[in-house]
Structure formats: C-alpha cells, structure tokens
Design a protein. Structure first.
Length: 490
C-alpha cells in the first residue's frame, strides 16, 4: 500500500502596546466633604493585534489522508483594536457613625475593533464599611468578549459531520418537511443515502461573528471581627447572564430542528447540492456547522471564602510557629443553557452527559452543586520551613439522560453504572523551604490516597471533552502525583 506523511504548520501571534497614568485629585481639592481621602483616577490607552496563520501541504489540502474526513485548507487572518479606559474610586463618607467608609468604584473601557466596530464595557460597585468589623458590597458589570482569532479565522472545510439525513434514501420525513431543508418536489424520494451514514458539514471559524455580552450582578458581605484577630469571612451572591454567546450547534441538531419546526434559522443553514439534493456526494452539499452567535447562558450561586491565622503560642503550644486556614467554596444555584433560538432552556447544575457537556453548551466539564477547597498551612519557626495540607472536594453528579426535563431525558442512556457519579475528595500535601531571599524549594504529593476518577461509559461521555472514560480535565485522572520544584526570584 502507499503511505505518505502530512505536514501542517500553525502560528498565532499577539502584539500589545499600552500606556497608562494614575493619581488622585487631592492637589485640586477633588474629594467629598465627608471624606478624608481624595478621589483616585487611572486612565490608559492600548493597541492590540492578533494574527493566525495555518499552512498545510498538498495531502492535507486535498483531503487524501486516511481518516481525514475532508480537506484542510491553508488560512490566515488577523484583527486589531484600539482601546481607551478609565477607573475611579470615590470615597464618599469616612469615619462617620454607621459608615467607617462608604466608597464608589467605577470603570469604563471603549474598544474599537477593525472587524466589527466599537464595544463598551463598564462596572460600578459601592462598598460600605459599616464598622471595622463588617462591610457590605455590591456590583454591576457589563462585560464583552470578542471572538478570538481561532473562532474567527480557523480554516473552513466541508467534511463528514453528522449521521442522518431524513430526506435521503427512503425518506422518514414528509415532502413538506424535506422541502424546508431545500429538497424540491422532483428530488423527493430520489436522493441517494450514504451507506456509511456520514453526511457533510461546513466546519471551521466564522469571520462574521460578533462579540458576546454578559451582565453580572453581585452582592455580598465581609466579616472581620476585631474580637478574632486575623480572621475574615466573605459571602457573595452572583448572577451572570451571557447573551449572543459564540457556540457550535451541531449539524444533526440543525437538521432535526429544521425537520421538526421548519424554523428558518435552522433551515437556512442547510445547503443541498444543486441537482442531486445530496449532502454527501461531493462538497457542494453540506450543513453549515461553524461557530455562531446563538447561545445564552445564565448562572447564579453563592461564593464563600474564609481565612484565619493564629500563633501556636496563643494556643499554649509553645513557640512553634503559626497555623493558617483558608477555605473557598461555591454553591451553584442554577446553570441555565439555551443553545440556540427555539431549542429551549435546561438547567445543568449537578448533571453531566452528552447534552450538558455536548455541542451547544459552554460546559466543557460538569458543574456540581457544591465544591470547595480547604487548606491548612503550618509556618514553622525553623528558617523558612513550612508544611501544608489541602482537601479538595467535588460534589456528586447525575447523568443528564435521567433528568425529568424532556430536553435532557433519554431513558435509553440511563445505565446503572453511569447514572450517579459519587462525590470525590482529594488530599494534597506539600513541604516548602525558603533557602534565602531568592530561592524556594517545594516537594509535595497531590492526591495522596491515589483516588481513581469515576469511570463513564462512552454513550454518556461527550467525545470532545471526555478522555479515557472520564472527564480528565475535571478529575485527577493520573492518580497520585509527586512533584519537586525550585523557584528563583531575581
């Protein structure tokens, strides 16, 4: 047989130029009459340019390599932008009854992209230190994420992408349903089916993408009681709503939605080959499955953070250094996903599977209702020697196919071994030695108990995000991990 190697070379680059200035308005009397500190300001301007280039050889560009599924063309693209930004902190009231400090933080950024014009981001948030022991804070943030250079300019190519055209062979869809997908009356019942059940999709980037936008609301409290020195506890509620999210819907979903709803949004993405109406003979027939601004995500939850440091001498344990404790946890209330108009909304908190981590969601890994980390550090009195232990906890999960939501439910995929993933705890240990002001050595063991990740059957593990029958980027897939490193500061 004949064998040949394929070669491709890719490069992404980023160029950034930035300048800023900061200070306060104290010299010109810029302060509140009820405050002692002046208004603080910061301004800046920057320029950024990002480029992508992919060069391939004849074998890749022709699609001749076995298992390639379609040609990979060479491509290049770039975008650039100018930005101006400003930030201010305005002390409103200081050292007054019921207001140790009341201040307002605000910021603004304007970005001008050469690809899709201008965008605005801004933030405003008051902080109210009622006493030295207790603070309230709130905030609103409008964020924008422009599509990255890969989402814009990744090479587009027609390749094998989905498995069922209900209008091919002996149609399982009606003539009217097939007409919505572009099938003429003369073509109906005369479109050849692919014997391998493989049909074409147009895959790659999309230069017509627009920025995503997100609105974040938060409110919280911070407790720093003077009765317990070096102790702090913060609790914050957050609500995040993302609109026009960049998302791939999936060619099979596009076809199925066009058949069942005749929604032009989906049907206009189906391009049948002239004459034959085929979606697999040649490359002129395909379903557009590039990235699109279609999705909406909404999530809310509560963040917890606590810190405490105490000397062992204060605990009547001699001059043996100090202990510090750090806790961080998140309780996720909901994570609602709307993959595209007309596809409905489903909540994926505490669920995993081919829908919640499949094409059409941002959730590359599951989101349990609760997860936390808790670290204890012992700073010994012996020349920079320290020890730490950390407990990492990931809450339990259920397969999305077992959900009562009809958009997620699929009893055929609810296998006993996949239905529930147990909660997982990991113990990490570390020792560090500060040799001098420049060098610090560390040795440690992560996942001391060598806890195995839960195993998931292939039917419930998305091919894009799963590996080795588990979510390898979410759980400790490699088991016990021993490390040693030396850090040098100059």
């Amino acid at each position: 047989y004949l064998e040949t190697p394929g070669f491709q070379e890719g490069l992404t680059t980023e160029t950034v130029l930035e300048g800023d200035v900061n200070g306060d308005l104290g010299s010109i009397g810029g302060k509140s009459p009820w405050a002692t500190d002046p208004i603080g300001l910061a301004f800046g301007i920057d320029y950024r340019k990002e480029t992508l280039s992919l060069q391939v050889d004849e074998e890749f560009s022709s699609g001749d390599l076995a298992g390639q599924g379609g040609p990979t063309p060479s491509v290049s693209g770039q975008y650039s932008l100018w930005e101006i930004y400003g930030e201010t902190r305005i002390p409103i009231v200081q050292d007054q009854p019921f207001a140790k400090s009341l201040a307002l933080n605000a910021s603004f950024r304007y970005s001008d992209y050469n690809t899709f014009g201008g965008t605005d981001t801004y933030e405003i948030g008051p902080t109210w230190n009622i006493t030295e022991d207790f603070m309230l804070r709130a905030g609103y943030n409008r964020a924008v994420r422009a599509p990255n250079v890969d989402e814009l300019f990744a090479p587009q190519a027609v390749g094998l992408d989905f498995s069922n055209d209900p209008c091919a062979g002996v149609p399982t869809a009606t003539a009217a349903q097939c007409a919505a997908t572009g099938v003429s009356a003369a073509q109906y019942t005369h479109i050849a089916a692919n014997p391998a059940n493989q049909y074409n999709g147009l895959l790659g980037g999309n230069p017509s993408l627009k920025p995503e936008t997100a609105d974040t609301y938060s409110v919280g409290a911070v407790l720093t009681p003077r009765a317990i020195p070096r102790f702090s506890l913060s609790i914050d509620y957050f609500h995040i709503d993302v609109q026009n999210a960049v998302n791939g819907i999936g060619a099979q979903t596009i076809m199925d939605q066009c058949i069942s709803t005749s929604n032009p949004f989906f049907c206009n993405l189906i391009h049948r080959a002239p004459g034959t109406g085929s979606l697999w003979l040649g490359t002129s027939g395909y379903v557009q499955d590039t990235e699109l601004n279609t999705a909406e995500y909404e999530t809310s939850g509560i963040d917890f953070e606590g810190n405490y440091r105490i000397s062992l001498a204060d605990m009547h344990m001699g001059d043996n250094g100090s202990l510090s404790f750090a806790f961080q946890g998140t309780y996720t209330i909901d994570y609602n996903v709307t993959p595209a108009p007309g596809l409905g909304t489903f909540d994926c908190v505490g669920l995993y599977g081919t829908v919640c981590q499949g094409t059409g969601t941002p959730m590359s890994s599951p989101t349990p209702a609760w997860r936390h980390s808790f670290r204890v550090n012992w700073d010994t009195p012996w020349h920079g020697l320290g020890f730490s232990a950390q407990w990492r906890y990931i809450g339990s999960l259920k397969v999305d196919a077992s959900s009562s939501n009809p958009q997620l439910s699929n009893p055929a995929l609810v296998f006993p071994e996949d239905e529930n993933l147990p909660s997982i705890s990991y113990l990490d240990l570390e020792a560090s030695l500060r040799i001098n002001d420049k060098y610090t050595a560390r040795v440690g063991v992560n996942n001391v108990a060598d806890t195995n990740p839960p195993l998931i059957g292939s039917n419930n593990l998305p091919a894009v995000f799963g590996n080795g029958n588990t979510f390898s980027q979410f759980y400790d897939a490699l088991g016990r991990y021993i490390f040693f490193n030396v850090t040098a500061n100059f």
